[in-house]
Design a protein around this ligand. Structure first.
Ligand code: NAD
Length: 486
């Protein structure tokens, strides 16, 4: 793996690095230091056309490669990712700002999806029913769909692209990736290692850029499916445009994840879990815990411990192990979050831990310390909207029923967690809560790769989520055969 692409990023098309035809670039900076680490081109529709054409040609032969042979190449890729684990984690920290511990976790979660994709021979199997009528057999066969495009966010530069292309490619499709222009460096390394694993040219391409590339992919007649992960307004746009152009689309969107804390929970472990989920990766996770509805009976004890433990968290450059909260991705994002904090104060919430009070040496960076508001209600913007920051809102509720009813008023429904010692409360929560991914006494209920991943309501546009059986269904089309032989 080389680092020659670090300064001026290029597109990867037809098995080589090529210059974008775009004339504009964006600066990629290290959120911890402000240092420039790369320039990423804003590619054009011309670049999209070139990548899609190559992918379309490559599909003709790639789809014919036997499934176990496709999977075998992924074992090589898996090995390469394992060998470069630490280097990949360091790049993630450098361009996204998340701590090295979080980055190492992300690398592991990404690798787990490649492990899943190596099981394509079993996962792609169809179904059969012999003798479904006299002398007649029925069966279902799965086939790849063609060129698939993936559009990914900044906050998981490794895991989210790996949710997409390994499984799509294992299923016999070819793939064009448009990574986040804020974290494009890691994407370059993923693609380079993929090529070094022996995949034919054109099976995976990378086109850097922003809106123009996204819209070029959405409108391109030869792109058959779109996998998107990002914010809610863009997910909606991607879903509406992609489906208008006749594609299948899975668009995983923004989130506002809630936890309900019951009086019979294990208090210390609950506080530890909430802190990890609310402030880990600086809250820049689609599975971050942003609101806690705590029942009155335990609320004061919970707050006392939560506030004490939060004040111990160290803020700073994620490269250093002692830091728990790293920087936010960009200054502009920090300013947006600061205005949310102002709105929380103006709307009457109690600011208990003020993350704006950080070490003066950090004040110039994109840093924001862990922040806690108490006495929040569902009419406040900080309750309603995704902040994507280390800002936690506490709502006091009288019981489980009120906690569930309140949580279900959110327009988002990605993840939700209950902390309780009662099986009955956990069961009620599972049955009544509206969320795609539910946790019981776990801090971040991000399902492992063999399960599917997607939310409900405004957190997801589409039918089939990523990963697991959903992923295989999304990346394949079916033929149902009814046959009789004389
Ligand atoms: P984003 O929506 O700004 O960007 C995502 C992708 O869309 C990028 O590749 C970007 O270039 C492109 N894009 C941005 N604006 C566009 C526009 N106007 N038209 C066309 N394309 C556009 O998201 P982000 O800030 O990079 O990532 C954070 C968001 O992603 C959060 O909302 C987070 O909740 C969400 N997310 C969701 C999940 C999930 O599983 N639901 C996972 C990770 C992140």
């Amino acid at each position: 793996m080389t680092t020659t692409t670090i300064k001026q990023m290029k597109n990867w098309i037809n098995g080589e690095w090529v210059d974008s035809s775009g004339t504009e670039t964006e600066t990629v900076s290290n959120p911890a230091t402000g240092e420039t680490i790369a320039y990423v081109p804003l590619s054009t529709k011309k670049d999209v056309d070139a990548a899609v054409e190559v992918a379309k040609q490559a599909f003709l032969s790639w789809a014919d490669i036997p499934v176990p042979n496709r999977a075998r190449l992924l074992f090589t890729y898996l090995q390469k990712l394992e060998e470069h684990k630490e280097e990949l984690a360091q790049i993630i920290t450098m361009e996204s700002g998340k701590t090295l511990t979080d980055a190492r976790g992300e690398v592991q979660r990404g690798i787990e999806v490649v492990e899943l994709a190596t099981s394509a021979p079993s996962m792609m199997m169809g179904e059969a029913l012999p003798n479904m009528a006299t002398g007649i057999d029925g069966s279902v066969w799965r086939y790849p769909i063609g060129v698939v495009a993936g559009i990914t966010p900044f906050n998981f530069p490794m895991m989210v692209p790996l949710w997409m292309f390994p499984l799509a490619i294992a299923c016999g499709n070819t793939f064009v990736l448009k990574a986040s222009e804020r974290t494009p460096v890691l994407a370059g390394h993923l693609v380079e290692l993929f090529h070094e694993s022996g995949f034919p040219k054109g099976v995976l391409s990378l086109v850097h850029g922003g809106k123009e590339v996204v819209n070029g992919l959405l409108e391109h007649p030869d792109v058959k499916a779109i996998s998107f992960v990002g914010s809610e307004p863009v997910a909606k746009h991607v879903y509406e445009t992609g489906t208008k152009y006749g594609k299948r689309v899975q668009a995983l969107a923004g989130a506002k994840n809630h936890a309900v804390v019951m009086a019979d929970c294990h208090l210390e472990k609950t506080v530890q879990g909430v802190i990890g989920a609310a402030f880990g990766s600086s809250g820049e996770r689609c599975m971050a815990c942003s609101v806690v509805a705590v029942v009155d009976e335990v609320a004061d004890d919970f707050m006392e411990l939560l506030v004490a433990k939060t004040r111990e968290l160290s803020v700073g450059d994620g490269r250093y192990e002692e830091n728990f909260v790293g920087p936010l991705i960009r200054k502009l994002h920090k300013e947006r979050v600061l205005s949310y904090i102002e709105s929380g104060i103006a709307e009457g919430a109690s600011l208990i831990v003020d993350g704006r009070e950080i070490d003066s040496q950090l004040a110039e960076g994109n840093y924001l310390g862990a922040t806690i508001f108490d006495n929040v209600n569902n009419e406040m913007k900080i309750w309603q909207e995704e902040l994507f920051a280390p800002v936690l809102s506490i709502v006091r509720v009288k019981d489980l029923e009120e906690g569930i009813a309140l949580t279900n008023q959110s327009k988002f429904a990605n993840g939700a967690v209950i902390y309780t010692g009662s099986g009955k409360s956990a069961q009620t929560f599972r049955e009544k809560i509206d969320a795609g991914m539910i946790g019981v006494n776990v801090n971040v209920p991000a399902p492992m790769a063999f399960f599917s991943f997607a939310g409900n309501k405004s957190s997801f546009y589409g039918d089939l989520g990523t990963n697991g059986k959903d992923g295989v269904q999304f990346y394949t089309r079916k033929k149902v055969v009814t046959e009789r032989w004389f």
